[in-house]
Design a protein around this ligand. Sequence first.
Ligand code: DHB
Length: 391
Amino acid sequence: MIKGIALGVAGLAAALTTALPVTAQEAVKIGLILPMTGPFASTGRQVSAGAKAYMAAKGDTVAGKKIELVIRDDGGVADQTRRIAQELVVNDGAKVLAGFGLTPLAMAVAPVATQAKIPTVVMAAGTAAITKASPFITRTSGTLPQYSMPVGTWASQNGIKKVVTLVSDYGPGIDAEKWFSKEFKAKGGEVVEAVRVPLQNPDFAPFLQRVRDAKPDAVFVFLPSGVGALFMKQFSDRGLPEAGIKLIATGDVTDDDILNSMGKPAIGTITGHFYATAHESPENKAYVEVFKKVNNDMRPNFMSVGGYDGMALIYNALEKTKGDATGPAFMEAVKGLSWTSPRGPVSIDPDTRDIIQNIYIREVKDVGGELQNVEIQTFANLKDPEKAEAK
Ligand code: DHB
């Protein structure tokens, strides 16, 4: 398996020097690889909609180059992501790769990015280690340590003493569990049990029973975008709210794409994340307006902002390089970029290529008949704590 990847990458490098189509050199082609089908299709739908909203707002030309977006569906399967990435680079002349709805999909492309020196913009996946997997990877979503640590701080300051964690059993879940627990324990809290649930087709019932039996003040949860509605239903059906167990989570659980369908049980949930549709700023007002206009009135969630800002990063970097999309020049230009996003102020950490951003603590409230993540506290300009710790 590993050998197969290595051979594929060596073949790719050889193909690159001989087979690049001439026509592909005229425009800057961006290969956007996303799960457009399968269980994580909402991520693909939102990220691509955000990228399209950016182009609708800012046009399709930057530094004299035409930008061409090519959207390809990997169905959420890592082997597909890698195969599509190679095809886009070798056959279609893509200059930049972007998207990546889940951590394993981003990780599968890292060797391609390194070997072909292709700028690769992670717009959705959130495991801290991703940007370490290739010097050609940068990111406009964020990291789970970034979203989880502030929830630990908030819990310790708001009367919560005893917590059970419940996370999806893969990269981002393990990051979330580690950084919530580390912060919460450092501030005097107790984590009595750490529950991990399968990523694919989870049935939460047996795991929620374990949470209930442990009688904590709160359960801290990470689940990938799109899964929160099913969790919320089972959380409520199994009587955890009545048992006095508060729900605290990363904002992936109360994702704005599905929040409104969760109904009453979601009200009062406390989460940490980088974007809420309800974020109050002129930039976000303009964003929500253009997004809804070009996307059939859909409500934008944080994934869409990862897509929108991914395009902002690409446009800003190309401005700086005067249209040069070759890997080393582009990646140098990315370092230290800053702009005002719909989420608030952001910049790209020159040391890690990860995004520095505000993390907001939000509470789910009924605002005029619609459920919203309403911001109640801001942790300003956070770097990825996992990499800050390693330094
Ligand atoms: C990842 C996927 C998600 O849907 C999410 O909300 C956060 C992280 C991931 O696989 O990295």
